[in-house]
Write a protein that binds this ligand. Structure first.
Ligand code: NAP
Length: 250
């Protein structure tokens, strides 16, 4: 009988909309997960439900990535099976109102934190056989230009470059892929979709005419994180109701 690896997939943002749904999908697919977030009570509750381990920390704190990676590896015999980095920003403003601080914050949270998460986990991911898997997040606003998206478009564009660079550099020990969602109903998107007329108008711009929900994204994350995608690396996978590529009106 095959014995499954005890190594865990490290999930950052595991109490967020997409992070939590992804944790559930991974666990349902039989993967062991280690959850990371700021809210200890929510993490403990989800961890108990999913038979997961967890680290409560704020990524703003020095050493947070190292702590999370070491704690994930400790329960996986020194190896980590992969990493899902589901922390990000949505900061939409006309370019004339975006400050250097806006650009720097978006770049830090989306791009630099993503690579720092990988760096901290790498010594443990290379120990996982046959390979480990990293899943990062971009946005539809990289493949398709939208007004007001200069800062987030830049920051997530960097994540797509990072995905391909790391996929080349870390092969064949670590696969690296990226998911690019369109607007998805999560706390992060709350402000944008709080106005029902606005939400309906954006939904209607999709070939599949609705907004995303975390359960649209999570199965793709689980596929990319798990062994069934073992020949996929360096890919940006759009999960966007057709928004990046299709125009159905006009
Ligand atoms: N939702 C969308 O429409 C959309 C569209 C395109 C791309 N994306 C991308 O998808 C990914 C997931 O987004 P989401 O919508 O699921 O976001 P979300 O619901 O806001 O979840 C983000 C998670 O990150 C955690 N987090 C934020 N800052 C942190 C920090 N300093 N330290 C530790 N944890 C921190 C939050 O923790 P707390 O629970 O403590 O707040 C939360 O669990 C992001 O990369 C986002 O850019 C989302």
């Amino acid at each position: 009988m095959a014995v499954s690896s005890p190594a865990r997939i490290l999930i950052y943002g595991a109490t967020g909309g997409i992070g939590e749904a992804s944790a559930r999908a991974l666990a349902q697919a039989g993967m062991a997960v280690h959850l990371v977030g700021r809210r200890g009570d929510a993490l403990a509750e989800l961890a108990a439900e999913l038979d997961a381990t967890f680290t409560t920390t704020d990524i703003e704190l020095a050493g947070a990535f190292k702590q999370a990676a070491e704690e994930a590896a400790a329960t996986g015999e020194g190896a980590i099976a992969g990493l899902v980095f589901a922390i990000g920003t949505i900061n939409i403003k006309p370019v004339g109102r975006l400050t250097r601080a806006d650009f720097e914050r978006d770049f830090l949270v989306n791009s630099i934190w993503a690579v720092e998460a990988v760096q901290a986990a790498l010594p443990f991911m290379v120990k996982h056989t046959p390979c480990a898997s990293v899943v990062l997040f971009s946005t539809v606003a990289v493949a398709q230009g939208f007004t007001g998206h200069a800062s987030i478009g830049m920051a997530k564009g960097a994540v797509e470059g990072l995905t391909r660079s790391l996929a080349a550099e870390l092969a064949p020990k670590v696969r690296v892929n990226c998911v690019a969602p369109s607007l998805t109903r999560t706390p992060l998107a709350g402000k944008l979709i709080s106005n029902p007329q606005m939400a309906d108008a954006i939904a209607a711009m999709h070939a599949m005419p609705r907004l995303g929900v975390p359960q649209d994204i999570a199965p793709v994350v689980a596929l990319l994180a798990g062994p069934q995608s073992s020949w996929m690396t360096g890919q940006v996978v759009a999960v966007d109701g057709g928004r990046s590529t299709l125009r159905t009106k006009g």
